[in-house]
Design a protein around this ligand. Structure first.
Ligand SMILES: [Zn+2]
Length: 306
């Protein structure tokens, strides 16, 4: 990236809304971690970009970029978090302006979720529940390809999605949700506060997967705690930050590329994740597009396919 662009990013970054970091003492660890479940990664795109594209930092460092879905093996059945690319991903890329296609990169670099699942000997028809950190096109593109999955979305996210109608509308492609219309269900955060989050929703009631609200990037953005077999908790944080660097700094996304619905609330969400990371290093925070963070978990099928 040219120095001029770096300077521009740095200058605009200085104008980003503040990031409020809460007092770490509020982030009291939860007593029990819930039922342990096996988790693996279904990587659908991986490349190296410039960090400055993803974080509001004047940096020439690389960004290990990825787009992936998370597979959880729960006793109730298979769960997918963020079913990313549908079988029609190449057509999806044509639905936006040229700049969108340019930013997302070519279809040849993207593998549909079901292709990656089959390569890992996982039958897409066996997925029973689909969850999403948010409904941007690259997080729910494959909802139609897991035909037996009940799709659970946070109420605020589903209600927001229903207000969108253009083929690419604020990062959402409404046809992705339409393909799963009969299977959509909404949930509310009726469970207790935990780890600095004001409320929660325990998906199976056993602590295996617990949703917590993280609004900002979209109105109903959600993070998911998942109890890993080694006793740790993974926390899938969607696009609040695209990178772990953004959580560690903390720093907003590159303001020239970010698509945050409410950037001030995104700043609050980033501050919370930053404080959680500082006070609870045992929690494995995994931003959705940080391939290095994703690769702390095993690839589904046992072998890297990227
Ligand atoms: Zn997003």
């Amino acid at each position: 990236m040219r120095p001029l662009v770096i300077t521009l990013v740095g200058a605009v970054a200085a104008c980003s809304p503040p990031i409020t970091i809460p007092d770490g003492t509020a982030l009291t660890p939860r007593g029990s971690t819930g039922r342990a479940v096996e988790v693996c990664v279904l990587m659908q795109e991986r490349s190296v970009r410039a960090r400055a594209m993803g974080v509001a930092e004047a940096s020439l460092a690389p960004w290990d970029y990825g787009i992936a879905s998370i597979l959880v093996r729960h006793p109730s059945g298979l769960v997918v978090i963020d079913p990313a690319f549908g079988v029609n991903v190449a057509k999806d890329l044509l639905l936006g302006p040229k700049l969108f296609a340019l930013a997302m990169g070519p279809a040849r670099d993207k593998r549909p979720l079901v292709e990656v699942m089959r390569a890992a000997n996982v039958d897409p028809a066996e997925v029973r529940v689909a969850l999403a950190t948010h409904v941007h096109w690259d997080h729910v593109g494959a909802l139609g390809d897991v035909p037996n999955a009940k799709v659970l979305l946070a109420r605020a996210e589903l209600e927001w999605a229903r207000t969108l109608s253009r083929s690419l509308d604020e990062g959402v492609m409404p046809h992705h949700l339409a393909r799963a219309k009969a299977r959509l269900a909404r949930y509310d955060f009726t469970g207790p506060a935990r780890d600095g989050f004001p409320a929660s929703f325990d998906v199976f009631g056993d602590g295996a997967i617990v949703a917590v609200p993280l609004p900002g990037h979209t109105p109903g953005s959600t993070a998911f705690f998942v109890s890993l077999p080694d006793g740790r908790q993974a926390l899938f944080t969607g696009d609040t930050s695209w990178t772990m660097r953004g959580v560690e700094a903390p720093a907003h996304k590159n303001p020239l590329a970010r698509l945050d619905h409410d950037v001030e609330r995104t700043g609050q969400a980033l501050g919370l994740l930053h404080a959680l990371h500082a006070s609870r290093p045992d929690v494995l925070i995994i931003p959705a597009h940080d391939a290095a963070a994703l690769e702390q978990l095993p690839p589904c099928g046992g072998a890297k396919s990227w």
